[in-house]
Design a protein around this ligand. Structure first.
Ligand code: FAD
Ligand code: MLT
Ligand code: ZN
Length: 468
């Protein structure tokens, strides 16, 4: 079966499109999920993707779409059966069009996010999606997970940045929806079905994305805070004075920063004293001399007087800005160096963050004394990565054995504060079963109905998103 399948796939995509050494496509970035595959193919065009999908449908073989394989919940990793085909979009990396007057860029699914940012910048525009994996994640993966990152509070998620899509449906037909329109009220907004579907409804092959005016000045501050309530207060103060010029507000616990200081290369603490929490605050403007430093300094000065801010550093120069961002963006990788981690990408109303953190910290300390809470994230959106590492001395086996129970505590707590168990990473295989406890039967029925309509044979990324 495998030899025959590989031969037929080779007929479709040519020898260059069939991967000889599939190892890098079968395990995720964290090493948390692994599988095997009947074949790994890298089609070079929409027509080839459609032909691969149609062939797999005819043979009853499941397809797992994959981009940069940086996803954090196992969505791009095949199962252990060895019967699935991994369809990597990484050869589809053409920028098809950049329309400055329409402020849009049309790109293929395998284009790396950073490449899109750079192409927009070269045209005097901004593509605002920004996240730690931007050097390797792809636009297709960003769309399929509805990625968020650090600019959401100003520019929205990938969903908000998408005007049109081209999609290969599970039966091999191509939906040509590459429109660059801001307004189009002609019935259901079909593109939004595929954004955030994590490859379970079809393979995205290209997209029209919205561009924004280029940023010409920024002010970046590293702020020490006594507690999460201070962070919530500070978001309000800075938003009040800077309005839409507030483009990032990231919160980090001392534990998170400690991990980066321990494992990151060339990083150092911007503030000598140790504080329990920090925020990275960034203002941006399209004007070259917008006086942003004065705006951020005034907001911080007022907050120091009110006891909301304990200490702060406003970056001077691009090297210091990069150093502050390296501390923030280095947390994921640094936590990997501390052994197995449990990722909880929760979101609650911003106002509920302090109570959520207090209640969840308390519940976890009772369940597993010494568990290390690595809480950080996009607090301006109400999105905390409330991740866990095991107690020390390390006992990975014992920590893994408690994983289900510990995650249940965090997720129940998010639900108790009217939150969600995934803000931006998705469900993948990591949360596909537990989501059944947090969505209503009607929501699950509607989701299954959509899946049944588009993929009645269940061959598009099975075992992901929908509960078994
Ligand atoms: P993959 O991992 O390859 O795939 C992810 C999912 O999308 C899978 O279900 C896959 O089947 C599906 N898929 C991929 N391509 C297609 C396609 N063309 N058509 C249909 N389905 C497809 N995420 C955030 O949202 N915000 C963050 O701040 C953030 N920070 C991160 C930091 C680090 C260090 C890392 C490692 C990851 C981070 N992520 C973050 C998670 C991840 O990078 C994003 O989810 C990213 O959007 C995934 O893109 P990818 O190309 O790697 O997708
Ligand atoms: C981030 O914002 O750094 C990632 O989305 C969080 C994570 O890796 O858990
Ligand atoms: Zn994040």
């Amino acid at each position: 079966m495998t030899a025959d399948l590989t031969a037929r796939l080779r007929d479709v995509v040519g020898p260059a499109g069939v991967v000889e050494d599939p190892a890098g496509f079968l395990t995720d970035w964290r090493g948390a999920y692994s599988g095997t595959a009947a074949a790994v193919v890298r089609p070079g065009s929409t027509e080839e993707v459609a032909a691969v999908v149609a062939l797999c449908r005819d043979l009853g073989v499941a397809v797992v779409p994959q981009g940069g394989n940086t996803g954090l919940c196992g969505g791009a990793v095949p199962d252990a059966s060895g019967r699935q085909v991994v369809l990597s979009l990484t050869r589809m990396r053409r920028i098809r069009d950049l329309d400055v007057a329409n402020s849009t860029i049309t790109v293929e699914a395998g284009v790396v996010l950073q490449t899109v940012q750079e192409a927009a910048a070269a045209a005097g525009r901004l593509f605002p999606l920004s996240l730690g994996a931007e050097g390797s994640c792809t636009i297709g993966g960003n769309l399929a997970t509805n990625a968020g990152g650090t600019g959401v509070l100003r520019y929205g998620t990938m969903r908000d940045l998408t005007l049109g899509l081209e999609v290969v449906l599970p039966d091999g037909r191509v939906w040509h929806g590459l429109r660059g329109l801001r307004k189009d009220n002609t019935g259901y907004d079909l593109k939004q079905l595929f954004v955030g579907a994590e490859g379970t409804l079809g393979v995205i092959t290209a997209a029209v994305l919205e561009l924004f005016p280029a940023v010409r000045s920024t002010a970046t501050a590293w702020v020490a805070l006594p507690d999460p309530q201070a962070a919530v207060d500070l978001v309000g103060v800075v938003r009040g004075s800077a309005g839409d010029r507030l483009t990032a507000f990231e919160l980090m616990s001392r534990q998170s920063v400690d991990f980066v200081l321990r494992h990151g290369a060339g990083v150092r603490d911007p503030i000598a004293d140790v504080h329990p929490w920090y925020a990275l605050v960034e203002l941006s403007d399209t004007l070259p001399d917008a006086g942003l430093e004065a705006v951020v300094e005034a907001a911080l000065g007022e907050s120091v007087e009110r006891g909301v801010v304990t200490d702060a550093v406003v970056a001077s120069g691009s090297a210091q800005v990069a150093a502050l961002w390296a501390l923030r963006e280095g947390i994921s990788e640094a936590q990997n160096s501390e052994g197995p981690s449990l990722k909880h990408d929760v979101t609650v109303p911003i106002s509920a963050i302090p109570a959520f953190v207090a209640a969840t910290d308390r519940a976890l300390a009772g369940a597993l004394p010494g568990v290390r809470v690595v809480a950080y994230g996009h607090v301006g959106d109400g999105n905390l990565h409330y991740n866990l590492s095991g107690p020390q001395p390390r006992d990975d086996g014992a920590f893994r054995a408690r994983a289900g129970e510990l995650s249940r505590i965090v997720h129940d707590s998010a639900a108790a504060f009217d939150g969600s168990i995934s803000a931006e990473h998705g469900l993948g295989q990591a949360k596909r079963d537990v989501i059944a406890d947090y969505k209503s039967p009607l929501e699950l029925e509607l989701m299954r109905g959509v899946k049944q309509l588009l993929d009645p044979a269940g061959l598009m990324n099975p075992g992901k998103v929908l509960p078994g």
